[in-house]
Design a protein around this ligand. Structure first.
Ligand SMILES: [Zn+2]
Length: 338
């Protein structure tokens, strides 16, 4: 007999929960981990159809890449799809677990390693190692909360969050903003705070492992023309369309990738000398930033992460054979193409 927590422990051995980004909400989101496991259903997104499928397949654990509850949940509202999923899962005794940016951030057995495997990349390494980022902390009087958050937001940190507390010395309320930035954003943040009389403190995250961080860069076995590379992408990721920047008339050897929303890594992909950056969720204005220095190929958020299901299944299959393990048959991509 296997308990739910034993499976979660195996996943967290590969991608510990503390490796998730500060804005993330990976972990057990619904249910009890101290009960016997009947079966596991693996998916990217937990929708109502997914819970129905879990019931039908007699699974009492759903493992999803994206956290169902993300920014917090103040009420379980049946008029909102998240509330309906939570209600349905609880009524059906189904636990929901999410393994999101912690699985993105590990090189070995991570989301991007799986994409690299599908593209046949070798010499893979992390595109933006965590140790090359800086953590920052800004403490300011609560009166300046709006201005400080605006100043922080202006430089687009890699991630940030804030909390309010009472200063022990004088009992005054303060707001603290913490997060992570790339090294080149350090002076931007200091400048942005200038005029408010508020100072940020910075710490280098040197204690992190070099195989930990966002994105991946690797090489194809041999250079291929850009159009051939786009054809390979289309085939391997079963996508109807690829949104890309203009072709540069050179061949592709070095490939940078980031499953999901990767535009924040574009400067790192260019800096690492990648010929192409494969990701999802690029916005109109982000495409300009390629600036003829790199070919950006947006294959879609869902499409880029689709093999994460296979990745999670393989990790579990390697350790257990005592319960049923199912790939979802439901297409949870909310984006459709006409
Ligand atoms: Zn994603």
């Amino acid at each position: 007999m296997t308990q739910i927590k034993e499976v979660l422990e195996v996943l967290e051995n590969i991608a510990p929960a503390e490796y998730q980004e500060s804005y993330d909400n990976s972990g057990l989101l619904v249910g009890n981990k101290n009960i016997e496991l009947k079966g596991v259903l693996v998916c990217l997104d937990t929708t109502e159809e997914i819970v129905d499928e879990a019931v039908e397949k007699d699974c009492n654990l759903i493992i999803a890449h994206h956290p169902l509850i993300f920014k917090g949940l103040k009420k379980i509202d049946p008029n909102h799809w998240v509330g309906r999923v939570v209600i349905k899962a609880i009524k059906s005794d189904i636990a929901i677990y999410a393994i999101h940016t912690n699985l993105d951030n590990v090189l070995k057995n991570g989301v991007n390693a799986k994409i690299a495997e599908k593209l046949g990349l070798t010499k893979t390494k992390v595109l933006m190692p965590s140790k090359s980022t800086l953590s920052f902390s800004i403490k300011s009087p609560i009166l300046l909360k709006k201005e400080v958050l605006q100043a922080t937001d202006k430089i687009s940190p890699l991630n940030y969050s804030y909390s309010e507390s009472t200063n022990g010395n004088d009992g005054k309320k303060i707001v603290e903003v913490i997060g992570e930035i790339a090294p080149h954003q350090k002076s931007q943040l200091s400048n942005s705070l200038k005029g408010l009389g508020v100072i940020a403190s910075f710490n280098e995250l040197t204690d992190r492992h070099p195989d930990l961080g966002a994105g991946l860069i690797g090489e194809l076995e041999m250079p291929v023309p850009e159009k051939d590379f786009l054809s390979i992408l289309k085939k391997q990721f079963k996508t109807a369309v690829i949104r890309h920047t203009e072709l540069l008339g050179k061949s592709v050897l070095k490939v940078a990738i980031c499953g999901g929303s990767g535009s924040f890594l574009l400067p790192f992909a260019i800096g690492a000398g990648a010929d192409v950056f494969v990701t999802g969720d690029f916005k109109y204005h982000d495409f300009f930033e390629a600036d003829r220095k790199i070919l950006v190929a947006d294959i879609g958020h869902f499409e880029s992460e689709q093999y994460t299901i296979e990745l999670i299944i393989d990790i579990i299959k390697d350790k257990f054979s005592t319960f049923a393990l199912h790939y979802t048959q439901v297409d949870t991509n909310p984006v459709k193409y006409f």
